[in-house]
Write a protein that binds this ligand. Structure first.
Ligand code: NAD
Length: 470
């Protein structure tokens, strides 16, 4: 099929590239000329595994880049809208980018076209898109609007797109559903997975092809908000449990193993840490909260999820203060700036927020992240020293803080690290290490929801996270 994808960011670029890998002809649209120029030069503006390979495979063949939205809409059987939907001051989603796309394509649909919202949007948006397109002169029979929420996660976006748990399409009629079934057929009929050049199946991928779930547009819009709110709730729940574990001296990892083996709960997303961030959970929770408010429902559970998430960051900062006593003038090594491992995205990153807080408290910070440093340099002031690798960051530091769960941070050369640090203190916001191993390697090690591993001349029973020395 001929597909236009409007917005060539994390979602649009990945979706469009994967559509090309499924065999469709794709034009990727953006209004950011510098991004388009970079893409045309063969650069890949975001850090995502497999994206460079797929772009190289299809650039100039099945993928074109353009800023001409109207021409693309005229030539395409389906137009996917994947522009940003940032929060407004009140927490509602700002839908002005979506609206401007709808307005612009309204006069350009000569043949039947399906407009697909892939951006995360509040319930009723598809209805609004239809209204805007009609107001701007399109014939009612010339188009349909569908909702096809995207569940990919940054860091594993390409694999998530090609090996999804399910595909949700919200439509109002069978003709429109048929177009979307056709687009996703190589995944739902399994033919993509039999190809020799298919992107490799990730370990956690379901064994059978994904189910295409057809719903009303409103249900599809709610599925996306409800999914993200539920996942964020799982994270805040386990972080609250971690707090109790710290108070009673239990180990949250053991607790999570115990509850995660219950098939009704499941082990995934039970990772305590410094809280969720990124461009989706924080804004989608606020938007879902606003939707509920407009419907007359006071969804206070979501307020609590957000509160626990913010508190988790403050608790971590208190832990750092508890371990180091005073912060002013201390030099801290920070590993990780991205909001999660595998991505260069720092939007709403708890790591960035923590570094900013440490700077405000008078710390000096040397930081390393495998992908996010160029973006971090744009928001962190010049007092942060960006280093070549984790060991450079650690050299001479009073303590090492792990703030993002990059795989490479879980396999550091501990003996080398201990020698480089001024004091062998590691405060791990992502629980990447086993406390007993760290103690055996001579570290004072603090993590989230697990007893600290204290070495050296510490009186038994004194816990840094309770305000005593470490
Ligand atoms: P992004 O900021 O990375 O990309 C948006 C792109 O749209 C930018 O390149 C921007 O230049 C372009 N754009 C904006 N207005 C435009 C217009 N009028 N015409 C053409 N291009 C335009 O955003 P993203 O992270 O890809 O998110 C896009 C949407 O997908 C959001 O609603 C988000 O909530 C949702 N989503 C994101 C993720 C994720 O992990 N990032 C996952 C699922 C859903």
């Amino acid at each position: 099929m001929r597909i236009a994808v409007v917005g060539s960011g994390y979602v649009g670029l990945v979706s469009g590239t994967c559509f090309a890998d499924l065999g469709h002809e794709v034009v990727l649209i953006d209004n950011d000329e510098s991004k388009l120029a970079a893409l045309r030069r063969g650069e890949v503006p975001i850090h995502e595994k497999f994206l460079p390979e797929l772009l190289a495979r299809h650039r100039g063949q099945k993928i074109r880049f353009s800023n001409d939205l109207r021409a693309a809409a005229r030539d395409s059987q389906a137009v996917f809208i994947a522009v940003g939907t940032p929060p407004t001051e009140t927490g509602d989603a700002d839908l002005s980018y979506v609206e401007s796309v709808a307005r612009e394509i309204s006069g350009a649909m000569d043949e039947y076209t399906v407009i697909v919202e892939k951006s995360t949007v509040p319930v009723f948006t598809s209805q609004w898109i239809r209204t805007i397109i009609l107001r701007n002169g399109a014939a009612p029979a010339a188009f349909d609007v569908a909702s096809n929420p995207e569940f990919l996660r940054e860091g594993t976006a390409v694999s998530d797109f090609l090996y999804p748990d399910r595909i949700v399409v919200g439509v109002e009629n069978e003709r429109c559903a048929e177009v979307l079934r056709h687009i996703y057929a190589p995944l739902t009929d399994g033919s993509y997975y039999r190809r020799a050049d298919a992107i490799p199946r990730p370990d956690r991928a379901p064994a059978s092809p994904p189910r295409l779930i057809v719903t009303s547009a409103r249900s599809a819009e709610l599925i996306k908000h409800a999914s993200n709110a539920f996942l964020a709730m799982k994270i805040s729940f386990v972080n609250a449990v971690a707090t109790i574990c710290e108070s009673v001296g239990a180990n949250v990892q053991q607790v999570c193993d115990g509850i995660g083996t219950d098939s009704r709960i499941g082990p995934r997303f039970l990772n305590p840490g410094i809280g969720y961030g990124g461009s989706c959970f924080p804004k989608d929770l606020m938007a879902f909260r606003a939707v509920a408010r407009e419907c007359g429902y006071d969804f206070r559970l979501l307020d609590e999820v957000i509160r626990i998430n913010e508190e988790q960051r403050h608790r971590f900062l208190r832990k750092v203060r508890g371990v180091l006593w005073t912060l002013r003038g201390k030099r801290l090594a920070v590993l990780g700036l991205a909001f999660k491992g595998g991505t260069d995205d720092i939007r709403e990153s708890p790591a960035i927020l923590l570094v900013q807080e440490l700077l405000r408290e008078g710390c000096r910070v040397s930081a390393y992240d495998p992908a996010a440093m160029p973006r971090a340099q744009e928001v962190l002031n010049s007092s942060v020293e960006f280093t070549q690798d984790p060991y450079d960051a650690a050299t001479g530091a009073d303590a090492l803080l792990i703030l993002t769960e990059w795989e490479e941070f879980a396999v550091l050369d501990l003996a080398r690290l201990r020698k480089l640090l001024k004091y062998p203190i590691v405060i791990d916001g992502r629980n990447l290490y086993d406390p007993a191993t760290m103690a055996a390697q001579g570290f004072t090690y603090h993590s989230v929801g697990r007893p600290a591993a204290l070495t050296g001349d510490l009186p038994a029973g004194i816990r840094a996270d309770k305000g005593g020395p470490a």
